[in-house]
Design a protein around this ligand. Sequence first.
Ligand code: C2E
Ligand code: CA
Ligand code: CA
Length: 253
Amino acid sequence: WARHDRRGPELFDPDRAAAERRRHRLAAEMPAALDRGEFVLHYQPLVRLADGVMIGVEALARWNRPGAPGPQQFIGVAERTGLIRRLGRVLLEQACRRGAAADRELLISVNLSPVQLAGPGLVADVADILHRTGLPAARLQLEITETAEALPYRAVLTALGDLGVRLALDDFGTGYSSLAVLTGLPFTEAKLAAEFLAGAGHGGVLRHVIEACHTMGMTVTAEGIETAEQANVLRELGCDHGQGYHVGRPAPW
Ligand code: C2E
Ligand code: CA
Ligand code: CA
């Protein structure tokens, strides 16, 4: 593995060695699992907080096999082996095909890894998948996590925006970007991380962040809404959209 912990010299640690062996095993198993169609998507509803109407879904990857790890783990492994490029294409096509077949004009929101953004051919792949599945570009939203790596790709983000797809800044408030960094980037939506919501409490900070996002032309989604109380507070603060177990859990569709 190219990536090492930055904690200093590697001492032998049996837990870490076991985790490493597990990651190697997963890395070895994943390509065949992808060929067998074991990676599928579950979909979690996105609602408009003002009236509770469902406006879209976020597609979340699942490894459909007993005992399989969750996406945080297998996406991480796929990023390190580079399999994420093929896996990402397969999942994007699955999501667009499902969205195009839906009887309502729902927004289909798909997560992109920074590794996909960095690789060649992403913009052409997205254009090709939209063309083949018939999903209108305006109904596809790509979620990009706010990390130090993701934001330098201005040219790619601009080209994706030019295709007419929507771009959401995922996990906003947990990472690196200040609002100033976002200036000139074609993000159409900010997704506020649940941790950020918890930290901001009921108060003024949240209202100001939401207002600032609106001023920059972005809509705001709050993630991780687990209670009616949270939904009410967010609605009163002017938050546009919501997602979370209170609204609906990820499920096959
Ligand atoms: P994310 O993009 O921030 O997705 C939201 C995560 O929060 C999902 O976890 C979802 O199931 C969970 N969640 C939704 N509502 C609630 C709630 O009310 N309370 C709590 N505690 N959790 C909630 P999940 O499905 O395990 O995915 C974890 C992460 O894995 C995602 O975080 C995303 O970063 C990554 N991921 C999932 N699918 C994909 C994919 O297809 N491609 C890429 N690149 N990454 C993916
Ligand atoms: Ca997401
Ligand atoms: Ca998120």
